[in-house]
Design a binder for this molecule. Sequence first.
Ligand SMILES: Cc1ncc(COP(=O)(O)O)c(C=O)c1O
Length: 290
Amino acid sequence: MIVYLNGRFCPADEARISLLDGGYLFGDGVFETLRLYAGRPFDLEGHLARMASQLEALEYSWRPDIRELGDILDTLVTRNEWNGMDVRCRITVSRGYDGGELLPLLDHGNITPTISMVAQPLGDRLVRWQKDGIAVEPLPFAYVRGNFPHLKTLNYLPTAMALRYAARHGCDEALFIDGQGRILEAATSNVFMVREGSLWTPPLDLGLLPGRTRSMVLAGAERSGLQIHELPFTLDELCRADEVFLSGSVKEIVPVRTIGGVDVAKGEPGPVTRILQKEYRRGVRDALGG
Ligand SMILES: Cc1ncc(COP(=O)(O)O)c(C=O)c1O
């Protein structure tokens, strides 16, 4: 597999970053994961806008350039011979190291960040998930996503722990719940429920990632005439919903079949989820022109 690192393309096992990179030492960096449809990136602009605002929050002076990163993405696809395929791509920016301070905690505007891009074609599992739904496991409180839940920083340890916890319980995703019992999000997705025909999702001010897909699902729901509530709800309310689904840039919209081993409604994806899945795909087609 060919990857991109700091201006060059090379086989993944030849790509090297410094042991003193602030990303490696402190998790000082951010990343974006997006999906390519038939080799073409969807919502690159939205992902890079989110990345730019997060870099600002982390006091980086570097900003992504859409034309430059779009060209890198195209080359990555071509060099890997993935043209025409659906691909998951991760763009990572980390603090880097300039040969100065041993532990690069402060930037002072002169450290060149490390920029990398890796990608992989999607497997069949996702198609099954979207069709049949997945099992999710609620997490104990201690697994909440840290002090910066609105950022996609390189410290994804809570996510990794959550997904391991879910896997130990035979599940594919995990639910983060805050100290007051309110649903926040899933380990790598935003959460939605359908109750009496209206759509509910936790509000961003509870402390969760402002998912790109979340905002598109809400736009699609509005176009479909659904009533929308961005309001808190509990695990108990989620378990009693008519439908539950998750959203994410690669997974799009994935129905939830069971929560903590208990069926959601009849344990089958519901009609509103299906409408929103189609609406999302329509948005992708419109954006990519075909
Ligand atoms: C914690 C968390 N929430 C939500 C999402 C979904 O975000 P997006 O729709 O931008 O992919 C992700 C994606 O990785 C995530 O890690």
